[in-house]
Design a binder for this molecule. Sequence first.
Ligand code: ADP
Ligand code: ZN
Ligand code: ZN
Length: 806
Amino acid sequence: MIAEVYIDIPAKPVNRPFDYRIPDDLAELVRPGVRVTVPFGRTRRLGFVTALKEKSEFKQLKGLDSVEDHVPVLTPELIELGGWLANQTLCSTVTAFQAMLPAAMKADYKKLIVIDQIERLLEEDPELAAFLQSVKQPIWSEIIKAHPEWAKRMQRAIKHGLISVQQLVKNQAKAKKAAAVTVEVPRSLLEDELNQLGKRSYRQKEVLEFLLKQPDLQHFHETIQKLVKHGLSREAIMKLAEKGLLKHGYIEQFRDPYNRPVDRTKPLSLTEEQAHALEPILTTMQNEEHKVFLCHGVTGSGKTEIYLQSIQRVIEQEKQAIVLVPEISLTPQMVSRFKGRFGDHVAVMHSGLSRGEKYDEWRKIREEKVQVVVGARSAVFAPFKKLGLIIIDEEHESSYKQEDMPRYHARDVAIHRAKKHHCPVVLGSATPALESFARAQKNVYTLLSLKERVNHRPLPSVHIIDLREELREGNRSVFSKELLEKIKDRLAKQEQSVLFLNRRGYSTFMMCRSCGAVVKCPHCDISLTYHRAQQLLKCHYCGYEQAVPAACPNCSSDAMRFFGTGTQKVEAELNRLIPEARVIRMDVDTTRKKGSHEKLLRRFGKEEADILLGTQMIAKGLDFPKVTLVGVLAADSLLHLPDFRASEKTFQLLTQVSGRAGRHALPGEVVIQSYAPDHYAVTDAAHHDYGAFYQQEMLLRKRAGYPPFYYLVLISLSHPEPAKAAESAERIASILRRKLSHTSQIYGPVVPSVAKIKDRYRYQCMVKYKREPELMPVLHQIMQHFQDSGKAQLQLTVDLNPVTLM
Ligand code: ADP
Ligand code: ZN
Ligand code: ZN
């Protein structure tokens, strides 16, 4: 038999399957979807088997080395999906496969030192020979790290042909194993032993008595740790094993990142609106149809309960469900809602888990130990075999688009998979992406509307405050008088406030007040960020850092100042203005440690603080009954980004943040501070009026020719030499102009707002199109041409439907 194998090298020229002969002893194990190690050129690489066949058109095939998986890691559906994804996003097929698997399954390539001529080595360098022979598995990098003194001598030995370096492919994925015991002898022998043991061996007697109480002794298999927990002695267990009555073994275990009790919940009886929304979803599932629903419901309208009850049906149908949630709203609160309803049927996948934990959650899915996965973007690839439903919560979130290869949008992948499985996709949001709402308007998606909060709780009242006015009145604080008054009022009533600042950490840039120069990175053309802890200016693109300059590098004035407000500064000001308030600050710095995010929220939930001050990460998913005031300190910080979605993002963020207030018995209030209080993104958010915002924004998008009226493709390239970069960009633009139809518009090449990254000069071309049958073939051609022709210095990326244009 022959296996078709995609090799783990993400370069275009190897983006096709290679044929390998399957040695007889591996014939049983090699199936489509398993990973194998194969000889490739002069190295060994990991590869994915995608198909088996009888014959190859090539003669003299090399044989496979080994098989890495007992169970295929890719299902036939995922193999197909990988091909589709590679084609749609213009990446190589292995890159697509890797994106579907947990990182732990990436191959770890190590260099193993092999002695080729032991006799000569013993003669020329006996010490080295002895040393290498004493190391169990001499891996180059490990030896160099632990014993750098051997480096020179090993290099000499390599040169003389005495030793050589071989590629070794290591599988990083390891299941956690725990020591366990089984009973190897008949019951009667245990009984005999029990009777023979003297009084002093009472610990062993306890173990035997425990075992004899087991209903199914033959199949008894338990970890030693568990037995010890039952009060048995580890030593006694070992003694019995020595005597041959028990046998050592291992049990594969799942690491459990959510190892804590959750209160089980029951389905709530639905409101009329909820029931209306749920019904068509259930019908579609019943009929095994594919449909995309857009569930547009104001914050607090009970969308999650609709998700839960549709998943309930999936479980009853003995199928499986994927729930996607944006990374930052994958809070413990959110997870407990699913675990609370479905208990151990739920796997959770997000970036806060360790590699091993992620791998274990993934295995639970593959081994069908769970029926639901709640996870961030990549959970859309969960290897379920009978999908009954895919839910994407907060579907407008830009984090559903992956920003590097493969540049996929989880929504597109979800729809592709759901079509194959004949099941519905439910997109949920209080502020749907314009693209999605437009599709619902055209009946491509089915719109489900929830216009009211559960129990008719009112949406919070919103006040907009004009910061320019405050400044005119001499208030230079980040808090307007009104906001400060309201915070104090909540403090007096023992209610809680949430303050939102749309800026991460205390990042600020440095500007000269005399000449206006900003301190920039010499490699990246982007302003450096001040890090207070180390007193350094750092580049967020390349990591360049420098000391804070005493004088302006441009005009030598000493009027250098930091600009921008960070959470730390705001916290300091709060402490000054309202010293009695207890503040919890949540930003990248206070939540870096694993579990700290959760800890801070729990403290706030237990009312150990009056004010929660934070960045983006507190905009979503939080649900605390005592929160009656939400303050947005600077609503404009997003409004002025060089991005055609700036208004949409502002509207979404303001709506989300406002949704945190008054979700329970106490009514909520929101204060939005802004330098642009009349902007429709701000006023429409204040009026909770998605419809008005949609109308206005669609007009502007139509006029400017942006999505959803046009599709976009962004082609970016970079090269260390500015002239070469410019020349390639010109050539790409001219190919596009020549080959695409007249209905498409080609912009550029232009220098993007960040002109240089890591000493590479950047150019971009953009295509706007409505219908362009030639688009994909032309893009593939361009990729092929510019990547294959040995122009290694040129880096080229193609981003279809980009979410950022920077
Ligand atoms: P959304 O996801 O739309 O913002 P949630 O699902 O978080 O809204 O619901 C808001 C609150 O209303 C939650 O506390 C939830 O438990 C509660 N809730 C939802 N549906 C019902 C219902 N049918 N009856 C009573 N309470 C409900
Ligand atoms: Zn200056
Ligand atoms: Zn830089």
